[in-house]
Design a protein around this ligand. Structure first.
Ligand code: HEM
Length: 290
């Protein structure tokens, strides 16, 4: 029996039409059957959204860890993101807008990742069997990324919703009270591990995929990338744990006054002495209405 390809106009060109070569003839003619570029585009979008989130998180960890310098340093940075340097008074809704953008990026990245989750128990079993047969480290990493990504759906959503709806409650006492008296520290601890492991593996896989930092010898390049991945995750886990501990300590010390807002010492003492002071330092650290 003749195959559908043999019966098609591709196999039997009409006389007068240019003859196709074998490769062209093998391509399906129906538009819906032609190879789509969309999987590649979506893959690129997933890489790009992941890279932007990773860069955001690197900056975010440094901002949040300013509490290690002093409560005043963190307060100043928090007010800076509310526009204190260039507006008449800080506007917490600016932070909500930034959170909205990060949330949109996060949702896009998660939605794109969903395409690759096993969609049924059968697919799940097949993947596990392959993983056990192959014992391939990169496949194992992909599996870790899938589960840490799954955990982030829940953990990061809780955190982002809090930042979106209560941007004015970002400050040394406010954050420490949320973490300790508000019992958020277990969520932050899990979130920290999930995001640093997920981000480290994600950046490593991005570098492998797009050939960054590979050098002439691919094996040596991969070894270098593995070391960079481990250093990245360890550094940010270490920084995050020390930072979380600082918030917990401050939260315990402040527990009997939980809910009281942080008032910069310099600003409050100067206010008491001379009324409202001027200057960039005060402008950066004051709150709406202060
Ligand atoms: C614009 C969006 C974001 C803002 C404004 C923000 C702000 C903050 C702030 C102020 C803290 C200190 C604790 C607190 O006040 O509750 C914090 C901690 C933390 N955030 Fe975010 N965050 C954002 C997005 C994210 C995202 C997308 C992730 C991860 C997916 C994340 C992961 C964490 C972690 C793990 C901690 C604990 C830090 C530590 O233990 O050192 N944040 N964030």
């Amino acid at each position: 029996m003749a195959s559908s390809l043999e019966q098609s106009t591709v196999a039997r060109p009409v006389s007068g039409e240019p003859t196709m070569n074998a490769a062209d003839a093998a391509l399906p003619r129906h538009p819906r059957l032609r190879a789509s570029r969309w999987p590649a585009r979506l893959d690129l979008l997933q890489s790009l959204s992941g890279l932007l989130l990773a860069l955001f998180l690197i900056a975010h960890m440094f901002f949040v860890s300013s509490i290690l310098i002093s409560p005043q340093a963190f307060h100043t940075i928090a007010r800076f993101f509310e526009g204190a340097a260039f507006l008449a008074e800080p506007r917490p809704w600016i932070v909500s807008c930034v959170v909205g953008v990060v949330m949109a990026l996060f949702m896009l990245h998660a939605w794109l990742a969903l395409r690759k989750f096993p969609a049924s128990f059968r697919q799940y079993r097949i993947f596990i069997e392959h993983k056990e047969q192959l014992r391939h480290s990169e496949t194992g990493l992909w599996w870790i990324q899938l589960w840490t990504g799954f955990a982030l759906f829940f953990l990061a959503s809780v955190h982002l919703f809090g930042m979106l709806t209560q941007p004015e409650l970002i400050g040394p006492y406010e954050s420490a009270d949320r973490i300790w008296t508000g019992n958020m520290w277990p969520i932050y601890l899990l979130l920290l591990f999930a995001v640093e492991i997920h981000g480290g593996i994600g950046l490593y896989r991005l570098a492998l995929k797009w050939g960054w930092l590979q050098g002439a010898d691919p094996l040596a390049g991969r070894r270098r990338l593995r070391i960079a991945r481990t250093c990245f995750s360890l550094f940010f886990l270490g920084l995050g744990l020390v930072t979380l501990l600082a918030y917990v300590q401050l939260g315990i010390a402040h527990a009997d006054r939980a809910g009281e807002r942080y008032v910069p010492h310099k600003a409050s003492s100067r206010l008491a002495e001379h009324g409202r002071p001027g200057g960039l330092e005060f402008a950066l650290s004051r709150r709406p209405g202060e």
